[in-house]
Write a protein that binds this ligand. Sequence first.
Ligand code: ADP
Ligand code: MG
Length: 237
Amino acid sequence: PHVIEFEKIKELQRSYDKVDLSKVSTFADLPLSDHTLNGLKDNSFTHPTEIQKASLLYSLQGNDILGAAKTGSGKTLAFLIPVLESLYCQRWTRLDGLGALILTPTRELALQIFETLKKVGKNHGFSAGLIIGGKDLKFETKRIDQCNIVIGTPGRILQHMNENPLFDCVTMKILVLDEADRCLDMGFERDMNCIIENLPPERQTLLFSATQTKSVKDLVRLSLRNPMYVSVHEHAK
Ligand code: ADP
Ligand code: MG
């Protein structure tokens, strides 16, 4: 079974360069693992949105992404799919520690991302955790050292980085900065800079922001390497 899985991954990676984006209509037209495709299908996600279609192939290929798209355009799957596929292709297991870190400005957004990840990523068997703090800690992950994917708000993540020896980022491979402009507006600039400076430089970063202000550009310079710029202006539905 291991050999078969290995061959499947090789085949998947070979096909990244052969995809003709103009012919992509459904998620099944993209080179995705069966685990992810079935997770999408089971939740009735059949056709990628514009931002998903425009960015997925590049993020799957391992590029850093600077994605510009407004609220409601489907950014969550635009970063969760490459997170899942990246860990899958690296044959990540539950024992391999933290592989992906997702920063988002609010606890509500973190919870939404967590719920989507649980649904769409269920076949992969990775463990996911929340670091969001706040008044009641009932949602916060206790076994942080056993999480492969951590979703959190910048202030609380930095606190764990500084104070919790179980939160170890050295194995981290993929960073997501969701709603980066909103994070900055909320005063998280210093926290985010500190977090980014403490992460392994050999990583992939996906940054999504509705606007491209001066402070977003500063963050882009700090966090991304040769990013693909993917901008989408969808018509109102
Ligand atoms: P954003 O983060 O850009 O504001 P979300 O990722 O939260 O957008 O998605 C907005 C809504 O669109 C959600 O209800 C989500 O379930 C839905 N959605 C996302 N991608 C798809 C898709 N490919 N097909 C159908 N619905 C989708
Ligand atoms: Mg979002």
